[in-house]
Design a protein around this ligand. Structure first.
Ligand SMILES: Cc1cc2nc3c(=O)[nH]c(=O)nc-3n(C[C@H](O)[C@H](O)[C@H](O)COP(=O)(O)OP(=O)(O)OC[C@H]3O[C@@H](n4cnc5c(N)ncnc54)[C@H](O)[C@@H]3O)c2cc1C
Length: 363
């Protein structure tokens, strides 16, 4: 069922299903886009032979995302050590089994039919934590740090580290620079892949190097000059990010906590943080070279409060879709398509999803 809380001020809604007026959701760049042959899932358990970690077959995946909708993964493997992570990448690659990486699931929508192949769950303690390190000269390129503070500190952060905890732990240790990730849920790996951030900056600004494992099981380290971070994306090659070195600066914990509190208060005022969501669904589009608020365009199109099936557009922030009781991934995808079509019709702007959507046969 499709309900508008208030009338569309600009004309008719596009047809809901089967109509040419609703463009289909495109595959997310972050989820790949190559159509693969059907996967022989029977081989998956043997691929994990001798590895440390937990393997679940046919496991509910939607429940591991912030949206809490969507289907199952053919296999969910949570490696318990570095060797096992590296080996599963190599073995999956060798056997043509699709591999996806799950961080905190804060920017992820899993299709109702689930996903094929193996999902690597990076939430084991083996992939959490950070430590201060010293850097060699070659990756010590200038950072845009506060010139008044000057001092640079480097931390090596494991990819499964919870962002909220990282922000608070670094603040308590008197390390400034991560405040811009206040209120951004997820893991360090997901933040690097997505170049997470907001009006106070994005993680790409402070990344010095990133290490990932590719599908041959090889480890690669990319320095900041080798990775292009752009608005809510990075051009990192596919693979599992295992860690990143971040450049921070020393400051008093009180000052840092003050900034965290201020950013959190701002977010609470404008975002529906108490509701389930995946944050902003669409990227803010570039219009005539200027980035404009997708939420504003969606609001102007009259979508605030709009419901479709179990999904609704937040009344507080129009770029947030809230899954209610009985919501399916299909409801959310349909609402996304309708919003995109209507915003294009009204504003001649094509919205691109920030939300990563996982579907079968697209890893
Ligand atoms: C309430 C709310 C508010 C939010 N506010 C913001 C905001 O202000 N700014 C912002 O940028 N985002 C925001 N988000 C979105 C989300 O928090 C970020 O995109 C975050 O970086 C996602 O991290 P994750 O670990 O949960 O990634 P996931 O959702 O698990 O995955 C996202 C993508 O990253 C990939 N990925 C995850 N981990 C790895 C890894 N180790 N190696 C390789 N690839 C990996 C996944 O495969 C997927 O393609 C918000 C989300 C919510 C729910």
């Amino acid at each position: 069922m499709f309900t508008r809380r208030r009338g569309c001020r600009h004309g008719c809604w596009p047809r809901l299903a089967g109509g040419a007026s609703v463009p289909q959701e495109r595959e997310s760049r972050a989820s790949g886009g190559t159509v693969m042959a059907a996967v022989n899932t029977e081989t998956i358990p043997s691929l994990c032979d001798g590895l440390q970690g937990t393997l679940h077959l046919n496991h509910p995946l939607g429940a591991k995302t912030w949206m809490r909708v969507g289907g199952k993964a053919d296999a969910l493997f949570r490696p318990a050590d570095y060797h096992s992570l590296r080996e599963i990448c190599r073995r999956a690659g060798e056997n043509g089994i699709p591999l996806r990486t799950l961080g905190g699931g804060a920017n992820l929508l899993v299709a109702d039919e689930g996903v094929d192949g193996i999902v690597i769950d990076m939430n084991d303690a083996a992939f959490r934590g950070f430590q201060e390190i010293s850097l060699s000269e070659d990756i010590n390129a200038p950072l845009s740090l506060d010139p008044e503070t000057g001092e640079s500190v480097f931390i090596n952060v494991s990819a499964g580290t919870d962002l909220a905890k990282l922000v608070m732990d670094t603040a308590a240790a008197g390390l400034a620079g991560l405040e811009m990730l206040t209120g951004v849920p997820g893991t360090l790996g997901g933040a690097c892949r997505m170049n997470a951030g907001g009006k106070y900056g994005e993680i790409g600004n402070i990344v010095r190097e990133i290490t990932l494992i590719d599908m041959t099981g090889r480890e690669h380290t990319y320095t900041r000059n080798q990775v292009r971070f752009s608005y809510r994306s990075s051009d990192l090659p596919s693979g599992v990010i295992i860690s990143a070195v971040l450049g921070l600066r020393r400051d008093s914990p009180e000052e840092i906590h003050g900034r965290i509190k201020q950013i959190m208060a701002e977010k609470k005022q404008t975002q529906p943080l108490a509701d389930r969501s995946a944050g902003c669904v669409f990227k803010n589009p570039l219009v005539d070279g200027v980035r404009v608020s997708a939420g504003k365009l969606i609001d102007l199109a009259g979508f605030k409060g709009t419901e479709l099936g179990g999904a609704s557009v937040s009344g507080r922030h129009a770029n947030f879709i809230i899954p209610g009781p009985g919501c399916s991934a299909a409801d959310i995808i349909m609402l996304i398509n309708i919003i995109r079509a209507e915003v294009q019709r009204l504003h001649n702007v094509v919205l691109e999803t920030e939300l990563v959507i996982w579907k079968r046969n697209t890893a």
